[in-house]
Design a protein around this ligand. Structure first.
Ligand SMILES: NC(=O)c1ccc[n+]([C@@H]2O[C@H](COP(=O)([O-])OP(=O)(O)OC[C@H]3O[C@@H](n4cnc5c(N)ncnc54)[C@H](O)[C@@H]3O)[C@@H](O)[C@H]2O)c1
Ligand SMILES: [Zn+2]
Length: 365
């Protein structure tokens, strides 16, 4: 097992990365909670095969274990589910010293983390991350949220976990499309910060797609280290550094919005968004013309989409969705653009004409 430390104003925490960690969840949690503490395992039906191992490891350490099941999908990040979980905690007599254990991907983590941030004005939670996306991204950094009908992640809090456990073995049951989509975010880390990770992905793509645990563990470790470093230095996204994690996301959010969040999963939209961003960088002369090709080759080898041709989307529709995205900065769109593999800059003054050109190049009408 490898441990990464994350700094936070609300308490530093550890990310444990390894294989077969579920049976050690109790031992790991014992460094945070005292025996007798109540722990609410919040999860979904797809994670049912893992819950017995986790629960018995908690029981062995003297914790009282309870279960709360969320529905599958983004629908779980709702006001209704937030209140249902809070009422369940109350009904089971959870006090301030007790805790929540999120077992799942970004959806479970975001909802359970937000509930933890507001229940009795804040209780601690452990994030057992079970998707590649959660292990490399959403479980780290303390962003929690629910969706409103007006848009995604519009209500939430910065509430860091007390512990993150990332067990590569649970990814074995992850659907292949989810694995590939998460690889979009993995490529993102290589481009923004880590040429060695980018090379590793190019060389080991087949092993990763076959879910070779050794290769996956290496990838999780490299990405988690990058995210941990960035959020430790810029916890609340106020210093500029955390913004680089949005590489590909300004375009991706526009595409997702224009599609009404249907047809593409997030990591797939990020892959297309990164292609648009690198093409924009090349067009503006900020990076070499070879860079878009190199990134495209890697994304395609990961079975990720690189264009929006098949969706018949209009440029104006995507642009409108990009402008309403919450990450817009005083009315200007921000773009994280690569200069070379491992180095990006945030650019604000990009002309609408340049953006339209990129959207058309990627297949918008
Ligand atoms: N908080 C953050 O910083 C942050 C960052 C990125 C994304 N997010 C959020 O994360 C969410 C997406 O998360 P996700 O991609 O992990 O999707 P998800 O949580 O919906 O999980 C995808 C599917 O896989 C299933 N699943 C999870 N682990 C499994 C496993 N080991 N075996 C079999 N099935 C498994 C889930 O039940 C679900 O059906 C979005 O809501 C997004 O807004 C949050
Ligand atoms: Zn993302």
């Amino acid at each position: 097992m490898r441990t990464i430390r994350v700094k936070s104003s609300k308490g530093n925490y550890k990310i444990c990365v390894g294989q077969g960690l579920l049976s050690q969840a109790g031992v790991l949690a014992a460094s945070i909670f005292s025996p007798g503490t109540k722990l609410m395992i919040v999860s979904q039906k797809n994670l049912a095969p893992y819950l017995k191992t986790i629960a018995s490891s908690f029981s062995k350490k003297g914790f009282q274990v309870f279960f709360h099941k969320l529905p599958d999908g983004e629908i779980a990040k709702s006001e209704a589910e937030l209140f249902r979980l809070s009422c369940d905690l109350l009904a089971k007599g959870f006090e301030r010293r007790d805790g929540i254990v999120a077992v799942g991907g970004g959806v479970v983590g975001d909802l359970a983390g937000f509930a933890a941030s507001i229940y009795l004005r804040g209780i601690r939670y452990v994030n057992i991350a079970t998707t590649l996306l959660a292990q490399v991204d959403s479980a780290i950094g303390g962003k929690t949220a629910i969706d409103l009908k007006e848009g995604k992640n519009l209500m939430g809090a910065f509430w860091p976990p007390a512990l993150v456990i990332s067990d590569a073995r649970v990814l074995g049951s992850l659907p292949q499309r989810e694995l590939c989509a998460s690889l979009g975010e993995v490529v993102k880390y290589g481009v923004i910060r880590d040429p060695a990770l980018f090379n590793l992905l190019e060389k080991n793509c087949k092993r990763i797609l076959r879910k070779d645990l050794g290769a996956i563990e290496k990838v999780v470790l490299a990405c988690a280290k990058i995210k941990a470093g960035v959020v430790s230095r810029d916890e609340f996204e106020t210093k500029g550094e955390r913004a680089i994690l949005n590489y590909g996301h300004t375009f991706a959010h526009g595409i997702e919005g224009a599609l009404g969040y249907k047809g593409l999963v997030h990591g797939e939209a990020v892959a297309i968004g990164m292609m648009m961003a690198v093409q924009l960088a090349a067009d503006l002369g900020l990076c070499s013309p070879e860079l878009p090709w190199r990134q495209m080759k890697l994304l395609l080898s990961m079975k990720l989409p690189v264009s929006i041709k098949k969706f018949n989307l209009r440029t104006a529709t995507i642009l409108k969705a990009m402008m309403t995205d919450k990450k817009k900065n005083k009315g200007t769109l921000c773009f994280v653009l690569p200069r070379r593999i491992g180095h990006v800059t945030v650019e604000k003054d990009i002309s609408l004409e340049s953006i339209r050109k990129i959207l058309r190049l990627a297949g918008a009408k």
